[in-house]
Design a protein around this ligand. Sequence first.
Ligand code: THU
Length: 144
Amino acid sequence: MSTTPEDRSGLSTETIAELHKQAVAVAGQAYAPYSNFRVGAALLLATGEIVIGCNVENASYRLTTCAEQSAIATAVSQYGPTIKLRAVAVANLNGTASQPCGACRQTILEFSTPETWIFYPAEDGTIAVTSMSEMLPAGFHLAH
Ligand code: THU
């Protein structure tokens, strides 16, 4: 028997659905005239707040901000530098499977705990869950 996203994350079906709904909604705000790949991210903070963000592209392509990074910058701006992520839900409007890119994984890691869970659209059309350590097993940590 496979473990459900609810069992793995400890989050309710309603919470997961709400995060997904908000990620889809904010993807509608994306500025993505170059890729036409509109992405939304909904963060559940450890305090219970939800913060959203979308991708913002640029004519100089490499200056694009991903949805996850946009949401995290907003969360820090709104709630300060001590935020912790309980969950991150990503969605896109193209109906494709997608997970956070490598750069976003490192950005999410910065505000993660062992109880940070990532929800994403899987190949089979369901919402899948993964842990931060599965998604980025050897992330960078700055040692002084
Ligand atoms: N994108 C995100 O917003 N998040 C990711 O994790 C992967 C990629 C955006 C960047 C760009 O605007 C578009 O998707 C296509 O790469």
